[in-house]
Each structure stands twice: as structure tokens, then as C-alpha cells.
Design a protein around this ligand. Structure first.
Ligand code: UDP
Length: 240
């Protein structure tokens, strides 16, 4: 059963369990997608019913950051641990490399996905990169066709939220891939164009603060974080 945090149902898994489940989905019939909402995305979903439907329709809904973990605990329904999208993706790539599965990289500015592909191939020996495409395209059809032709088992979709969730819900089955993962800014990290917060910051639940210092223009979006906590408090009161 999923844990409901302001309407988004999160799977209650450890990172290891999430990776195992993701890897298992690569062998299950049909098309599945994974989402990794943070408080900001939960707030977007509250305002946008289509985004809420796309997020809750995922095969795996993983809490990306400490904010969702805190929110779930405040509501009296704790989640096991945070499962950052990027760490889920890293674990999954390890499994795909072992099993010779192929990965398509979709998203970010032109050139970034190719750069990520080169670095990931070097990092995960055995990982097959089926193809890459930037995230600034006008029409879905040619991109869907390119993925289908590549024969990819899995697609990392990095278009930002809620664009990537809506894209996966709509186009996932037509790509022919078994699994799609919505991973936001992870492509930039894989390519080495954006640094991930050092361990100290993420261990102390301050990854968001690190990102804010690096990219001050995120401040508007990050105002959704206190709003999330206000909404969690309101929800807690209304459940009593
Ligand atoms: N992006 C994209 N197409 C778009 C809008 C965004 O490919 O139409 C990319 C953008 O270049 C970045 C990623 O999507 O690489 C979103 O990053 P952001 O930091 O917003 O995502 P988060 O990790 O916060 O979800």
C-alpha cells in the first residue's frame, strides 16, 4: 500500500528495494514508468490534476528528497528512507550493465545527453547506450520513433517536472521500452555539467540548499518547499 503525502502515493521502499523493483520491471511485460517527486513536485501536483494523475499512475513513486520523508513522518505514516532519483538511476544502470540491457538518454540541452552517454559507458562497463536525444523538441512523434527504432529496454526521461511525467504517461507504451524513469536534472549530473551536492550536504538533508546556492534562480521554485510544510501541517490537523 502506498503512503499518501498530500495526494501523492509514495512506495515505501529502501533504496536497494527500489532498485531491485526497477530492475524487475525491465523483465515484466508491458510498459512501466518511475517518478521521483520532491516537495516541489508534490505542490505542482496539488495545483495540476493532470500532473497528479501522471505521477500516481507510475509503477514506482519514489521520494526524491528529505522533504517528503519529513512530511510523511509528520503525518504519522513514515517512509523507510529517501530514494533520490539519481541514486536509483545509478543502481539501475549497474543492474542493466550486468544484464546487457540497453538505455536511451532523453533530455537536457543539445549535446548534454551525448556527453552523459560517453561518461556512463565508461563508468558502467557492459551498459549499452541505445541512443540519445536532447529535451528541446517540438513534436513527440519523431522522438518516440527514434526510441522505438533503437530497441531500448529503458529510457531516462529528463525534461523537468511535470513535463517528463506527462510525457512518459502519454508516450511510454509507444516507445516499446519496458521502463521509463523521470529523472529531472540528473542528465546534467551524468554529463558532468552540473555537480551533485557533496555527501555532507545530502547527509544533512541540505541538498536543496546547496542547489539554491549554486543556482539562485531556483529561489522562486523553492518557495514551494515551505508551502509544502504548511500544507502537511494543515493535512495533519484535518486528519485528527
Ligand atoms: N529540460 C528539457 N526540456 C525542457 C525543459 C527542461 O530537457 O523542455 C531539461 C533541463 O535542461 C534540465 C532538466 O530538464 O536538464 C530539468 O532540470 P531541473 O533542474 O528543472 O529538474 P529537477 O531535477 O529540479 O526536477
Amino acid at each position: 500500500m502506498r503512503i499518501n503525502v498530500l495526494g501523492v502515493g509514495f512506495d515505501n521502499l529502501t533504496l536497494r528495494e527500489a532498485i531491485d523493483r526497477g530492475a524487475a520491471l525491465l523483465d515484466e511485460a508491458g510498459c512501466h514508468y518511475v517518478v521521483t517527486p520532491n516537495p516541489e513536485i508534490v505542490e505542482v501536483c496539488r495545483e495540476n490534476p493532470e500532473a497528479m494523475r501522471a505521477v500516481n499512475g507510475a509503477a514506482l513513486v519514489l521520494p526524491d528528497g528529505i522533504g517528503v520523508i519529513k512530511g510523511a513522518a509528520m503525518l504519522g505514516t513514515p517512509l523507510k528512507e529517501k530514494t533520490p532519483g539519481i541514486e536509483f538511476a545509478m543502481g539501475l544502470m549497474g543492474k542493466m550493465a550486468e544484464r546487457g540491457k540497453s538505455l536511451y538518454l532523453l533530455g537536457a540541452k543539445p549535446g548534454v545527453a551525448q556527453q552523459a552517454a560517453a561518461r556512463l559507458k565508461a563508468q558502467y562497463s557492459g551498459l549499452k547506450i541505445a541512443g540519445t536525444h536532447d529535451g528541446y523538441f517540438k513534436e513527440d512523434a519523431p522522438v518516440v520513433e527514434a526510441i522505438r527504432e533503437s530497441g531500448a529496454d529503458c529510457v531516462f526521461v529528463c525534461l523537468g517536472a511535470p513535463k517528463q511525467e506527462l510525457w512518459m504517461e502519454k508516450n511510454g507504451p509507444a516507445t516499446g521500452a519496458r521502463l521509463l524513469c523521470g529523472l529531472g536534472g540528473s542528465m546534467d549530473v551524468f554529463a558532468g555539467t552540473v555537480e551533485r551536492a557533496p555527501k555532507f550536504w545530502s547527509d544533512h538533508g541540505l541538498e536543496w540548499f546547496y542547489r539554491l546556492c549554486k543556482e539562485p534562480k531556483r529561489v522562486g521554485r523553492m518557495l514551494r518547499l515551505p508551502l509544502f510544510l504548511v500544507h502537511v501541517r494543515q493535512e495533519k490537523r484535518s486528519r485528527k
